[in-house]
Write a protein that binds this ligand. Sequence first.
Ligand SMILES: [Zn+2]
Length: 427
Amino acid sequence: MKSEAVKILQDLIRIDTVNPPGNEGRAARYLGELFDKEGIEYQLVGEEGRENFVASLGEGKKRLLLLSHMDVVPVSEEKWDVPPFAGEIKNGYIWGRGALDCKDLVASEAYTLIRMKRENVPLNGTLIFAACADEEKGGTVGAKLLTDKYKDMIRADFAINEGGGEYIDVMGEKLYLLQTGEKGPAWSRVRASGVAGHGSIPTLADNAVVKVVRAVKALSEYNPEIIVIPEIKRLVETYLSLRGDPRDVTPQNVDEIIDSIPDQVFGEGLRSKTRMTVSPNMIKGGSKVNIVPDECEAEVDIRTLPGQDESYMRQQLEPLLQECILDIIHSHPANFSPADNTYFQLIEETVKEVLGTVHCAPYMLAGATDSFYLRGIGIESYGVSLLSPHFPSELIKTVHGANERIDIESIEVKTDFLYRLARKYLS
Ligand SMILES: [Zn+2]
């Protein structure tokens, strides 16, 4: 029975939804065919060819939303050991673009509704499933569109989405990270103008590249304020207790603690969650070796913590820019759902029911997902795309990389979790 979710995942991988251009409508229509067979109602909404898929089961005041996205990022095919769009199963893994981000969750959520419908589970509420377009390019025709124009279809008390649900190993114990919040992206441009001139007499001109390079260097050396928000404090303190080293975590000792964490991915992840990060990643200027450039710009990926608004950013960074100007190109604030409510409790309880003796902690993502849009319309959103305790955590690196794959057991765990959660909350 459960291997049906695996088959759905294989089928979805075979439907190319690389964004851009997306073509998510193909995956939405595939889901439509599945749901037609089961007699589950659904709608395709959004831009032609890039439709979002929204289905629901049952009715009633209580509402639970299962969200995911159908689009994937491009591939460098030559780096893969298997064809990325074949949906092959090899050595217990389903391989292909989207296997972990996020067609695994699409398949598990779809199958959860199918299973509930087949078993005629009596519902005293509504279970909603929304597979979105466009997550990988900001969600304009996906979750943003749904939360702007189709609120009533997806309205829910709380939602399960991607962006958490993996574990870290602490002295042989598994600590599961359940996402309750995300940092805020503030992608910015730093630019300078100067006076063009001949490269042979540079002192007659005013070099814009040099100005931007100075600013970029200063930004790269920026020393951010260290802040330990309550969620990160709880996470690190849980981690330390499991390590047999219980301690109060403060802004003063958090870096020393991070330095002592052997899992570098987890450690540096925590470092990024205890401060605003500033990463100058692109620079563009100059046209010819003998012309002093009069224009130059750099793009900087800035990620903020709660409370760090535009004025905070400017107050922190503008003194470093000297002759350059900072424009914010795309930003939204850090956003959270509570970790001390009954929804989080129910999620934690269900994770433990599925996985046995594991530990859980709230978690903040340094990146951004569609949960931002859900939280914006008052839907508490939790990132729990649950993975099996046997899934080798180093494979998380294959997300957006080569040889993306997921083990069959993780698909079973994910599906089991969603099914139990929906039953508990709605029946
Ligand atoms: Zn994703």
